[in-house]
Ligand binder design. Sequence first.
Ligand SMILES: [Zn+2]
Length: 113
Amino acid sequence: MDVQQARRQLEEMLAELDKSLATLSNQRPESEGHGTPGDADAGLDLADHARATALLEVAQEQRRQVLEALQRIENGTYGLCVSCGAPLPEGRLEAKPEAARCLSCQAKLEAGR
Ligand SMILES: [Zn+2]
């Protein structure tokens, strides 16, 4: 996988994520911090609030992974597993340009949760 192409893809993802995060943050009564759901404004019911918060967390996590992948491009370690250092299979990076780990390290990580 061409690193320049990966960088473009990651930058596009980042722009999209920033857009979603801005939209999601606007839907929340308190845009910062992890307030207790009970403090939610009357305008937004708890289910909506919880859903918006969950989406926001997913988007923030993905944004973090995209930023880390861009950082690895800067460092020249893009495409290598951050756990074992093995090169990631081409297909994995195409499907998930922000992937940080090879499949076996990712599986181990998820099993350990
Ligand atoms: Zn690995």
